[in-house]
Design a binder for this molecule. Structure first.
Ligand SMILES: [Zn+2]
Length: 693
């Protein structure tokens, strides 16, 4: 859309919304219109639609018409657009570092070295498996189960997370995660989690499902191919041994359902209990090699799997374990090994398992690789350039208002038990909302980054592991970040009673430092409210304000919450995504409740921030109108039909276009757009769902 077009549309809009404006609260005189790329985007709207009939089309109709889905994507929307921008920014920032001459040993020098080595596939191909030789020789020299135990200990990494369903296991036999105990707040301890398989989860090995059998055959071929590339003396024999061992490991694993059950993971074992309950491994050798020999307490997260995995170390032949170790050592470094490894790895993990036909260019992957390996060095450079202190302060001020809105709401609730109310208020009061980036950056002085891509990646993983285990025995740091600033995402951390909103999501269409408060409260404010509300919903009810796994709701609270939920589930069940295909109100209920609660709190906070004044009219829209349009524009998205079908079947979030319709549960939306009985989205006041009120 060129500049002239958008000017014409902006002019037309002033006339169209005049009818709505009459019903809106008395407004200040019109303020001068901001530049076209600031605040809500009138050009994205389809004002021929009536807001009360389809608010998504009204706010996003022209955007949907004019935005193609890129060929290599299944969908396009706010996250994608913010991520494209993040990628452009990171690229620009990196180019500036690469053309500068950073001091040797500085963070910038490490960023430049990492990126260049990763990108230099000619050097990687020329080196062959030489960079891995020391690792492979050490595995070949293992002579007994004690040495095997030490080798397994040496592979431990901080690469699992019990609170993140995509991260329940690792390729190493065990994975580590460090924070305070689930049922025992206080000093941080290592969580011991299951691992040891190269396919996504245990069902891939054990399921009789007809789709799984060919996948297993393809994995088998992949392992052989990989071992051939590594010049293994007997690839077919080693493949048999590895698959046999991994099938036994899979059988030892806890199921996904059990892994998702935090109560089952809350078992704490002392060092002596670990040795007694899980015989087989030489734990002393393992823990010494893992630098965990002085640890007294372990969160035995997979307490059923740990003894079975340990027993397999005793019962299975040493030769099988050595083949397994060699394969996984290379498999986890495939992206920095020669072409034969890289291509085989993408063909299997990228295409066969994930359905991605084409790999992204090496340059893009190099940007992402350095961003993961040196996350704080890249993050610091990123926020220095793209996230000014003023943006952080503006969002922090919004957070104070939104927390205040929740407090006022909880205080006036009459249906929560007094004890529940107390704990809810304590949770709001103590929640730590991280905005943009952490207060403390990691110090990379001890991390060696040179010209060997293989060594660089390995060193970065070991560095991360040491960083994590250094926390053991110390009080949990509630300010710790679990996402890098340069990531378009946000996370609720129940154990810390904290949230992280990385800088990269704090940009359009979610946040615009140049826009007026109505835009920002409607867009990112709704998202902040959504995340905070998760701390009090049925998920948040599992963790109290100290981060202890302790349900602080009474059964009566649950019942009442479920009743409110039923009306909202019915509302979403009515939405038809494709002819005959309806949204599943029950599946998406938790997220829809968070949307209603989050939007309502963001709206309260917005009004409160005005101090009793009325916002100016901008481009013909009142403050309330801009608030709701910004919310709906933050949900602008479109998706391929097949993806939409799949999402509706499995995703706990409703499709974005229906999330934008959350507005119909707020009284203020009716007043802002003069929505009347007879309009398609109209709900009588008693049918509007109110959460936390
Ligand atoms: Zn959510």
């Amino acid at each position: 859309m060129n500049r002239t077009d958008s000017l014409i549309l902006a002019f037309a809009l002033v006339i169209t919304v005049a009818a709505c404006k009459r019903a809106a609260p008395a407004a200040e005189p019109d303020a001068p219109a901001p530049p076209a790329d600031v605040g809500i985007v009138p050009a994205s709207m389809d004002t021929s639609a009536k807001p009360g009939d389809d608010f998504f089309v009204y706010a996003d109709g022209n955007w949907v018409k004019n935005t193609p889905i890129p060929d290599d994507r299944a969908a396009v929307g706010g996250f994608y657009l913010a991520d494209k921008e993040r990628e452009r920014q990171t690229r620009e920032m990196l180019d500036a570092i690469l053309t500068s001459t950073p001091a040797a040993g500085s963070d910038d020098a490490k960023i430049a070295n990492y990126y260049r080595a990763y990108l230099d596939t000619d050097a990687i191909d020329r080196a062959g498996v030489a960079p891995a030789k020391a690792d492979l020789d050490a595995i070949a020299a293992i002579a007994d189960k004690r040495q095997l135990s030490a080798a397994i200990g040496g592979t431990l990494r901080a690469d699992t997370d019990p609170l993140n369903a995509t991260n329940f296991q690792t390729e190493n036999l065990f994975g580590i995660f460090v924070t305070q105990g689930l049922s025992e707040p206080g000093p941080s301890m290592p969580y011991l989690m299951q691992g040891g398989i190269g396919l996504s989860e245990r069902e891939y090995y054990l399921s009789e499902d007809k789709d799984m059998t060919p996948l297993r055959a393809q994995y088998r071929r992949y392992v052989t191919q990989f071992l051939q590339a590594a010049h293994h003396p007997d690839p077919p024999g080693a493949t048999r041994r590895i698959l046999d061992l991994e099938t036994k490991i899979a059988r030892a694993h806890a199921t996904r359902t059990d892994s998702e059950n935090l109560a089952k993971g809350a078992t704490i074992w002392s060092r002596a209990e670990l040795e007694r309950k899980a015989p087989g491994l030489d734990w002393a050798a393992l823990l010494t090699a893992a630098q965990l020999d002085r640890v007294e307490k372990f969160q035995a997260y997979h307490s059923t799997a740990i003894p079975r995995l340990s027993a397999l170390v005793a019962s299975e032949p040493l030769a099988a374990w050595k083949d397994w170790l060699a394969f996984h050592t290379l498999n986890q470094q495939a992206n920095v090994l020669p072409k034969a490894f890289r291509d085989a790895s993408f063909a299997f993990y990228g295409t066969t398992l994930s359905g991605t036909p084409k790999q992204r260019p090496r340059e893009d992957r190099a940007v992402n690789a350095v961003s993961v390996a040196l996350q704080d060095a890249v993050g610091k450079a990123y926020v220095d350039k793209y996230f000014p202190a003023s943006a952080k302060a503006a969002i922090q001020a919004m957070v104070v208002e939104i927390k205040g809105a929740f407090t006022r709401r909880v205080e006036t609730i009459d249906w929560l038990a007094p004890s529940t109310k107390q704990e809810a208020l304590k949770k709001v009061e103590t929640i730590v909302v991280g905005v943009g980036y952490p207060d403390q950056w990691r110090d990379y002085a001890s991390l060696e980054i040179g010209s060997d891509a293989y060594a660089n990646q390995k060193n970065a993983r070991v560095f991360e592991y040491r960083h994590q285990i250094a926390k053991i025995g110390k009080p949990m740091d509630r300010l710790e970040w679990w996402m890098p600033p340069q990531l378009v995402n946000a996370v609720n951390l129940p154990v810390q009673n904290a949230l992280n909103f990385p800088a990269a999501i704090l940009q359009r269409p979610f946040f615009d430092p140049k826009a007026d408060p109505a835009f920002n409260y409607g867009a990112i404010g709704g998202t902040i409210g959504h995340e905070i509300s998760h701390s009090f919903d049925n998920n948040g009810a599992l963790f109290d304000s100290t981060g202890r796994l302790r349900n602080w709701w009474t059964p009566a609270d649950f019942k009442r919450f479920e009743e409110a939920g039923r009306a909202l589930a019915a509302q979403f069940d009515e939405y038809e995504a494709l002819p005959g295909l309806h949204v599943n109100g029950k599946l998406t209920l938790g997220e829809n409740i968070a949307d209603v609660a989050g939007l309502a709190a963001a709206y309260d906070a917005y009004r409160h921030s005005l101090n009793g004044k009325e916002a100016p009219v901008i481009r013909g829209f009142t403050g309330d109108q801009r608030f709701f349009i910004a919310y709906a524009q933050s949900w602008a998205s479109k998706m391929r039909d097949a993806t939409l079908r799949q999402r509706i079947a499995v995703d706990g979030h409703a499709p974005d276009r229906f999330r934008s319709l959350t507005v119909r549960n707020l009284d203020a939306w009716y007043a802002a757009f003069n929505v009347q009985p007879g309009d398609k989205l109209y709900l009588p006041p008693d049918k509007r769902v109110r959460v936390w009120k």
